[in-house]
Ligand binder design. Sequence first.
Ligand SMILES: Cc1cc2nc3c(=O)[nH]c(=O)nc-3n(C[C@H](O)[C@H](O)[C@H](O)COP(=O)(O)O)c2cc1C
Length: 268
Amino acid sequence: MELKTVKLAYFSPTGTTKKVLEGIAETIGAESVQHIDLTRPDILSKDIPGIKDGLVILGAPVYAGRIPPEAEERFMKLKGNDVPAVVIAVYGNREYDDALIELRDIAVKQGFKPVAGGAFIGEHSFSSEEMPIAAGRPDTQDIGIARDLGQKIALKMKEIVTTGDIDELSVPGNIPYRERVHHDNIPPETDNSYCMKCQACVGACPTAAVTFNGEVITDADSCILCCACVKYCPTGARQMHNPMIERILERLLSRAVKERKEPVIFIE
Ligand SMILES: Cc1cc2nc3c(=O)[nH]c(=O)nc-3n(C[C@H](O)[C@H](O)[C@H](O)COP(=O)(O)O)c2cc1C
């Protein structure tokens, strides 16, 4: 199959998933690379035209071993029409558990034909200078593997004559998927002595949990703890003080999670 267009469809609150997808697209050799950024909440009220040709790379972060429900909700807006797809889960160096198989199943449900998959590592959303977890990832080495996957996808696409030639993609994970974990709704807070009222946090929030009315207001019920507001705050005014996250961080830092995990790719 000829590859004119590659579409990157992602939910990526802190931008690591987006970076991995861009790395893969770099070496595929398509004439154009288009972004379908599903991260911001306004996408939920928009129509996304059905995808009719090319290749789509679907990417999402791993939250508690699953695809975040907010990402799934957004992927449900895509119509695949038998277009080949690549599924990518990005995780913070703990594990990706059932997220990749779940993303494959979402892709199939939406009418895509998964041809390849991968699990990559991105800086953990909860990582900070004091408690770094997978800090700076994806790094050059990770992007090298993403580019390598891009080349392999290009070769595979040349071999495919019709989408009927595409066999079911096998990726690790359990069905049924692990239970979703419900978290304490203690969102990040704003330290007003550092806040410049630039509203970067408002723009970064994927669920419209952060609003501005003279000062920054956070709705605990809609916060998904993605930490986009913390990472995109230019002055460090957005801070997470959540005992549950502190416990998670201590666990992560005391376990094998400190050992560097490497990306894995699935393509035949
Ligand atoms: C609520 C929440 C749960 C997470 N659960 C996991 C997990 O189970 N395993 C893991 O390795 N990383 C986990 N992470 C880290 C993210 O998967 C990781 O930081 C990812 O790179 C974020 O992607 P993004 O930059 O595209 O938002 C979690 C992050 C959040 C916010």
